[in-house]
Design a protein around this ligand. Structure first.
Ligand code: MG
Length: 367
């Protein structure tokens, strides 16, 4: 089997509500997604998606993905897409670094492998677990009242874990945490995600003031080293998110005992192939994970859910469904929200069928 053609689609994804990240760093009302289709000479087509969470969240931006695909796509024509590791080495040789731009192409190859073998991706990632996967929300920052209002909206959809974005103001952050913790029922929990916005002293002051309930705190400071210093001076479990960009980052965090959990974002670490390796390491080292996408529509979300669906519950905190926050749907099928839980489709491959009217015309074709 050989890759015969690669199509690239640029798809705007409007958000239902504008989003404000911690510290007001990021404010936007739509995402810019890149969806790819890979055709083979045997008539199997694979789909993939790459979508950064805007341009200011990570060293990743939407046009970067399309520029990277322009470099990589010609190198992949004629190769066997089922040879996932060989494909990845070819991409890493052709263009070292830039992991996020490889994710959509990698995902499309996995989709082809699944379709060629008749297996859903979760079976290829180690095997489906019986339980469905818990979804956590992503709550934009705001006043305590605004945060609780946003939580109420997602509680109606069944969500029970809430990732609340806070940061940038110590007194207000303590207020936000107290308000959320006293609002939430016993069976729901919050993650307080600072998205790198605290300096070390601010993180220590806020986290040590939160004494009524053990809570997860996520990516308190900009760098790994700062987060590690905070880890030594606080008692709450820490999730490293933006600091986890590669396998090596997780190995170091594990050796240092720098975190209890990580945010494993598929696009950020370079796609499902790299995310699976990190997932396997975390299971060996007892590190809990949120397995999810950086952003995107149902196609990207479904890839991440397949990996979560093959991860034993004891290692998994939750996944996140970005597509729940959008006003357009790029495909039928896929991993949907059912009362705060989701599960990977049972069809071969990703189990999504893109809606061509939504994708529009391909902006580039490589053959
Ligand atoms: Mg985060």
């Amino acid at each position: 089997m050989k890759i015969s053609r690669i199509y690239v689609y640029k798809v705007p994804l409007p958000l239902e509500y504008p989003y404000r990240l911690s510290g007001g760093r990021l404010y936007f009302d739509k995402l810019d997604s890149t969806i790819v289709a890979i055709d083979t000479d045997e008539g199997i087509r694979g789909w993939g998606e790459g979508c950064p969470w805007g341009s200011t969240y990570l060293p990743a931006f939407p046009r970067g993905i399309r520029a990277g695909i322009e470099e990589l796509a010609p190198q992949l024509i004629g190769l066997d897409p089922r040879r996932i590791d060989f494909i990845y080495r070819t991409m890493d040789t052709a263009l070292p670094g830039h992991p996020y731009i490889k994710s959509a192409l990698d995902m499309a190859c996995w989709d082809i492998l699944g379709k060629a073998t008749g297996l859903p991706l979760c079976e290829l990632f180690g095997g489906r677990i019986d339980e469905s996967v818990t979804i956590h929300s992503s709550i934009p920052t705001g006043t305590p009242e605004e945060i609780i209002k946003s939580i109420e909206l997602v509680q109606e959809k069944g969500y029970m874990i809430h990732s609340c974005k806070i940061g940038a103001d110590v007194a207000l952050d303590i207020e936000r945490i107290e308000a959320v913790n006293s609002y939430l029922p016993e069976n729901e929990s919050a993650t307080f995600d600072a998205n790198r916005s605290w300096l070390m002293d601010e993180a220590i002051r806020v986290m040590n003031a939160a004494t009524d309930r053990i809570s997860y705190f996520e990516q308190p400071c900009e760098t790994y080293e700062e987060c590690f210093q905070v880890r030594k001076r606080t008692v709450h479990p820490i999730i490293l998110d933006e600091s986890i960009q590669s396998y090596g980052n997780v190995v170091r965090a594990s050796a240092d005992h720098a975190c209890e959990a990580i945010g494993l974002k598929v696009g950020r670490v370079g796609g499902l192939t790299k995310a699976k390796r990190i997932r396997d390491f975390c299971m060996e080292r007892g590190i809990r994970m949120n397995i999810e996408e950086t952003g995107g529509s149902i196609i990207a979300d479904t890839g991440a859910v397949h990996l979560a669906q093959a991860t034993p519950q004891m290692f998994l905190r939750a996944t996140w469904l970005c597509h729940e926050m959008l006003t357009v749907d790029t495909a039928t099928g896929g991993a949907r929200n059912k009362e705060g839980k989701t599960s990977a489709p049972e069809y071969p491959g990703l189990g999504v069928e893109p809606i061509m009217d939504v994708l529009g015309e391909a902006i580039a074709v490589y053959e």
